[in-house]
Design a protein around this ligand. Structure first.
Ligand code: 4AD
Ligand code: MG
Length: 433
């Protein structure tokens, strides 16, 4: 057919007259005289009705069509209240492009089988809606940083140092060499670059050998990170809050349909763009947990999922928890000059129990403190020489953060698990297909 094909949503917008669409069979049912095909494309779904008497020659093939066969259809579109999206195409021509075998996806598949068939499950309306929102979020992150004069900058993925602790580090075989790891973060390779570009960001995969099976951990996730020269702790908090607001606003503007398909209650997202985020220190967080939830956490213990979830249930906006004990945080975080037991680090905790979405800090400027911290965690400072040079040649106050993109997607979409926030999730037990 040499027609000008339009998307299903464009056809619905046109609402009358002749249209040519193409897509895949989403649902089908037939009788002696009719075949009803609901067709889907990336934009929407629409019911098409084929009358047997119009398609005498092709009927045998039409009658055998199965879900996911690909088709081109030309016909007249008109409003029909009974059809799934309120419109129906009365088909005049059909071209069968690709037949489909019996499609191995149905409601009864357990999580394991659905995981094996992930490549086919991507076609579901749920995954299509999530992937569209994911695309908006990636776009919004680029837009935010570029609008604020950040340069996009890339770190290597094969790295010779750890940054976020040895326990989640992936070692990789590298021509018989030892000490080669997949990036946990771009950070140690980003700090040297602010002496060149001052304000930088990236969106790249990060790798964590997470041995736990939770609804918020992946072994490969997309990490939006930023690093800024001449910045203090307040600047880092400011950028984090603004970025999250920008992302949520963009999705609320551009993905109303998708949020509806996912049955997301958008009322729960609106406060995030309209209200200031809640801010408290780690010590204040412990006090709140004790007073409001009768949870007694010993000062110096990291906040666990249950504590973060409890805190998040008390507010309808993200919480910025600051001034963590030095012992629970990374070696590069700046020690508070007034209270040496705490650092200028922050975790942004998402509402509704979606956990930590941003981790960031002002960076330690004292090279001796950094070396001491490294030695205390069993690292050899000699391996970090390139990093330590950032504190030797014109050191400046600076800081940055990392945002877990799938955590943000899972929260905005209201997903049960982070695994649905990425097309092919990787976890301890899943690396196929
Ligand atoms: O808090 P993290 O470990 O911080 C860093 O990596 C810093 N170097 C970032 C920086 O300052 N440039 O990780 C940052 C964020 C977390 O807040 C979380 O949202 C996400 O990355 N994250 C994960 N997301 C999915 N699966 C995992 N296993 C994750 N681990 C961390
Ligand atoms: Mg963290």
């Amino acid at each position: 057919m040499s027609e000008k094909f339009i998307s299903i949503s464009e056809a619905i917008k046109q609402n009358k007259g002749k249209v040519a669409i193409r897509g895949w069979i989403y649902r089908e049912r037939g009788s002696n005289e009719f075949k009803f095909l609901v067709i889907r494309d990336s934009s929407d779904i629409i019911q098409c009705v084929l009358k047997k008497e119009k398609f005498k020659k092709q009927w045998e093939d039409i009658d055998k069509l199965q879900i996911e066969a690909s088709l081109e259809i030309i016909g007249q579109i008109k409003e029909d209240k009974r059809a799934p999206t309120g419109y129906e195409i009365s088909a005049e021509k059909i071209n069968i492009v690709g037949l489909s075998e019996s499609f191995p996806i149905n409601k009864d598949l357990n999580e394991e089988l659905l995981g094996d068939r992930r490549h086919l499950w991507l076609r579901s309306r749920k995954m299509t809606a999530i992937l569209k929102i994911r695309s908006t979020i990636f776009g919004a992150i680029h837009e935010y940083f570029r609008k604020n004069n950040f340069y996009e900058y890339q770190s290597p993925i094969f790295q010779s140092v750890q940054c976020e602790g040895g326990s989640t580090l992936f070692s990789v075989p590298y021509f018989g060499q030892k000490g080669v790891f997949l990036a946990q973060t771009w950070q140690l390779y980003a700090e040297p670059a602010i002496f060149s570009l001052e304000k930088i960001y990236t969106i790249a995969p990060s790798f964590r050998a997470e041995k736990s099976k939770t609804s918020r951990h992946l072994t490969e996730y997309w990490h939006a990170e930023m690093e800024v020269a001449w910045a203090n702790f307040e600047d880092i908090l400011f950028y984090g809050e603004e970025l999250i607001k920008h992302i949520v606003k963009k999705v609320l503007d551009e993905n109303k349909e998708e949020l509806k398909i996912l049955e997301r209650d958008v009322k729960k997202l609106e406060p995030v763009i309209n209200k200031k985020f809640v801010r408290m220190t780690y010590t204040e967080a412990l006090k709140l947990l004790k007073e409001k939830a009768n949870m007694n956490i010993e000062w110096g213990k990291d906040l666990r999922t249950i504590e973060e979830d409890k805190l998040s249930s008390m507010f309808d906006v993200p919480i910025m928890i600051t001034n963590y004990p030095k012992i629970v945080k990374a070696f590069y975080m700046k020690e508070d000059s007034k209270d040496k037991k705490v650092v200028h680090g922050v975790d942004f905790i998402a509402p509704e129990g979606y956990g930590e979405i941003i981790g960031g800090s002002e960076r330690e400027s004292d090279i001796e403190k950094i070396k001491k911290n490294l030695i205390e965690m069993g690292e050899d400072p000699a391996n970090y020489e390139f990093y330590l040079d950032t504190r030797k040649y014109g050191s400046i106050p600076h800081g940055g953060f990392g945002l877990g993109v799938e955590r943000v997607i899972a929260w905005i979409c209201g997903l049960d698990t982070i695994k649905d926030a990425i097309p092919f999730p990787r976890t301890m037990t899943r690396w196929k297909p």
